[in-house]
Design a protein around this ligand. Structure first.
Ligand SMILES: Nc1ncnc2c1ncn2[C@@H]1O[C@H](COP(=O)(O)OP(=O)(O)O)[C@@H](O)[C@H]1O
Ligand SMILES: [Mg+2]
Length: 173
């Protein structure tokens, strides 16, 4: 992680983007593109109801990173770590936890350099994080009558740049 990444951002402006995902392969492909372009130190906060496609997106990220091991929902294991791809992938699911319990897990070890090699942290039910990292890419998935919608919101220069790259990797309407 560079100093620029850690420095406070004067205005903490956010960059936003929305994409519609008509079917399951669209969600998976969005993940693949994220897995191909994200840099080490990326933190993705995934929000959205049960069945909105969070795990599907992370499965795509795994494929984009080159992970061949099956990525299964960590609802019961809380945390799955994959070291086989271009970068480590840390897949978390906080569904079964309450915010005070989440605090005790000290999940910041996954996005602060030191204990774990920096990689991509993808957190399902990230709204259960009492202290979300200030620099992050938030992805809200919504179920629609026809498929899903993903609303992105990037905080901090590092994740804003990632979101701009993601946007650029899709054909412009
Ligand atoms: N864009 C989409 N349109 C329709 N179905 C989708 C889409 N994305 C994912 N799905 C399907 O939704 C279901 C639930 O997805 P999942 O990723 O397990 O959700 P979550 O992790 O948010 O609970 C799966 O059957 C998946 O194939
Ligand atoms: Mg899930």
């Amino acid at each position: 992680m560079t100093d620029a990444h850690r420095a406070p951002h004067p205005s903490m402006t956010t960059h936003q983007w929305t994409i519609s995902l008509p079917d399951q392969p669209a969600t998976h492909q969005l993940g693949v593109q994220l897995g191909q372009l994200l840099l080490a130190g990326s933190t993705l906060l995934l929000n959205g109801n049960l069945g909105s496609g969070k795990t599907t997106l992370v499965q795509g990220i795994g494929a984009g990173l080159g992970i061949t091991e099956p990525i299964v929902s960590p609802t019961f294991t809380l945390i799955s770590e994959y070291f086989e791809g271009r970068l480590p992938l840390y897949h978390l699911d906080l569904y079964r936890l309450q915010p005070p319990e989440v605090n005790e897990l000290h999940l910041e070890v996954y996005w602060e350099a030191g204990e774990y090699p920096l990689g991509i942290v993808a957190i399902e039910w990230a709204e259960r994080l009492p202290e979300p990292p200030p620099d992050c890419l938030q992805i809200r998935l919504t179920s629609l009558p026809n498929g899903r919608q993903a609303d992105f919101s990037a905080s901090g220069a590092f994740h804003q740049q990632a979101l701009q790259q993601l946007q650029a990797s899709f054909p412009q309407p």
